[in-house]
Structures are given as structure tokens and as C-alpha cells.
Design a protein around this ligand. Structure first.
Ligand code: ADP
Length: 261
């Protein structure tokens, strides 16, 4: 499932197309929602039309939330890239994940002493981690173990030669593993494609891994997925090491928004 230059090109074209469509849709949905919300308080409490209007509002809201995810994916907003201490971000992330994923999923954190500072956007790192964790949850409907591991990794010329578009060098690795269903080679090959999902309509957008992939590329990093049906999945995100600077702990200004479920 190595991402090729062709994947990157296809993603860019998709991004431009969806960005334009999503923008127009967002405006149209705002018109629909605004008018429905004007109508609702005018209806008597026992009106048989009330459940219809509420259902329509629900649909328009769901559409708006989908288009805003599309926009976030397509926007390519500039990253707030800075040296960050990924180790320092882990305790809060673990707390958030334990709360979000619920009891049948055990969350384990494997920190590394002396982890290098990474050069990345802290908010995007958190949102990538959250996306990976939600995928892990979906792959473990009966519970299981989610492991977040960080480590310093030197990717050598040999590794770079085997993985197109990776520059050899020092990276901070952030790996998310689950003990879930795993993926067949056919699924694994397509996971970075925007809109590719095996989930029921309404549960998956197929944008999670496309976003993680785009973020890694934009950061000068790399994503690699190992998965076996029945064995579970490990997603490794490599972020470039920040050199010649002390890491500052970056806090995102707004609380992390939880996509779906
Ligand atoms: P979505 O989660 O909305 O489907 P993603 O791009 O995040 O979109 O994932 C695409 C597909 O990759 C998923 O539908 C699923 O089939 C597969 N997948 C992703 N992560 C995992 C995982 N941890 N375990 C098993 N399958 C996964």
C-alpha cells in the first residue's frame, strides 16, 4: 500500500474538485437550514409537519457536517509547523482517547525517553492521531487494545530506496496499533484514496486516512501501514525531526473536534 506519485496527483485533483463542490454545497445547505429553522417555531406543537421539518433539519445538518469535513480535507490550509514535543502531548491524548473510545478498548501508551522534537503542526498531529484511533475503534467492535507508541527512527538510504518519496534522515515515529479485524491486501491497497471506505453510509467518509496521508506529505513525513486480516493493524506516521531548536510544547488553541460517533 505504498503511496505513489500517481496517488498524490490523483489526491490533488480530487481535492480541488471536492473543494469547489463542497463550498457551493455548504452555501446551499445554509439556505436550506436557515429557512427550515425559520419555519419550525411557526408550527404548532401538535403539527404533523413538525417531525418532517425536524427530519429535514437533521439531514441538512448532517450534510453540512460532511461538507465541512470535505472542505477541511480539500482546503490545504497552511500548516502551523513548529518544533513540537510529541511525548508531552501523549498524556492528554491518552485521556481524551480513553474517554472517547470507552471501556472495552484498553489504551496503552509507549513513550520513549529522549524523543527528538518533531517539526509538525501540533493540531494536525492530534487530529491525525484521533482519526487513527477512531479507525482502530471501528475495527474492534468487541473491544481490544489500542497502543500508541513513539520512537526516534533513522530512515536510511536503503529504506528510502524501497519507499518512493521518502528522504533518508531522522524522523519521530508515532505508531497507532490495534488488535482489530485487520485489512485484506485489496483494502490495504486503496485506503489512502479519498472516499474509499468499507463502512456503512453515514459511518465512514473515506477521508480519514487520505487526510493523514496528505498531512504527512505536507509535513515532509511519511505514513506506512501494516495490516493482516484477523491480526490487527499498525499505522506508522513519520514526522521529520526538528533540528537545531529546543522543542516547545505546542497546545492547539481550540479543543480537538471529535469527528463522528
Ligand atoms: P473511513 O474511516 O471513513 O472509512 P478512512 O480513510 O479512515 O475512512 O479508512 C478507509 C478504510 O480503511 C476504512 O473504511 C477501513 O476499511 C480501512 N481501515 C482504516 N483503518 C483501519 C483499521 N485500523 N483496521 C481495519 N481497517 C481499517
Amino acid at each position: 500500500a505504498a503511496a505513489s506519485a500517481r496517488d498524490a496527483q490523483r489526491m490533488q485533483a480530487m481535492g480541488q474538485l471536492t473543494g469547489g463542490i463542497a463550498h457551493d454545497f455548504n452555501n446551499l445547505l445554509a439556505v436550506v437550514l436557515g429557512n427550515l429553522e425559520l419555519i419550525r417555531p411557526k408550527l404548532p406543537a401538535d403539527s404533523p409537519l413538525l417531525p418532517r421539518v425536524e427530519r429535514a433539519i437533521w439531514g441538512a445538518r448532517r450534510g453540512a457536517s460532511l461538507t465541512s469535513q470535505l472542505l477541511a480535507f480539500a482546503r490545504k490550509q497552511p500548516l502551523a509547523t513548529a518544533p513540537i514535543d510529541v511525548s508531552a502531548m501523549l498524556p492528554d491524548m491518552a485521556t481524551l482517547l480513553r474517554r472517547t473510545l470507552g471501556a472495552p478498548i484498553e489504551v496503552r501508551v509507549v513513550d520513549a525517553a529522549g524523543l527528538w522534537p518533531a517539526m509538525a503542526d501540533a493540531t494536525q498531529v492530534e487530529s491525525a492521531l484521533l482519526n487513527l484511533a477512531l479507525n482502530a475503534r471501528d475495527a474492534m467492535p468487541n473491544g481490544g487494545r489500542l497502543t500508541i507508541e513513539v520512537a526516534n527512527k533513522v530512515l536510511d538510504a536503503d529504506y528510502a530506496a524501497r519507499h518512493a518519496e521518502v528522504a533518508p534522515g531522522d524522523y519521530v515515529m508515532l505508531a497507532v496499533s490495534d488488535t482489530g479485524t485487520g485489512m485484506t491486501p485489496e483494502v490495504l491497497e486503496r485506503v489512502f484514496e479519498p472516499f474509499f471506505t468499507t463502512k456503512e453510509p453515514g459511518r465512514g467518509t473515506g477521508l480519514g486516512l487520505a487526510m493523514v496521508f496528505g498531512f504527512a506529505k505536507q509535513s515532509g513525513g511519511h505514513v506506512k501501514i501494516y495490516s493482516e486480516p484477523g491480526e490487527g493493524t499498525t499505522v506508522r506516521l513519520y514526522l521529520p525531526r526538528a533540528v537545531g531548536v529546543a522543542a516547545a510544547v505546542q497546545r492547539p488553541s481550540a479543543p480537538v473536534e471529535l469527528p463522528r460517533g
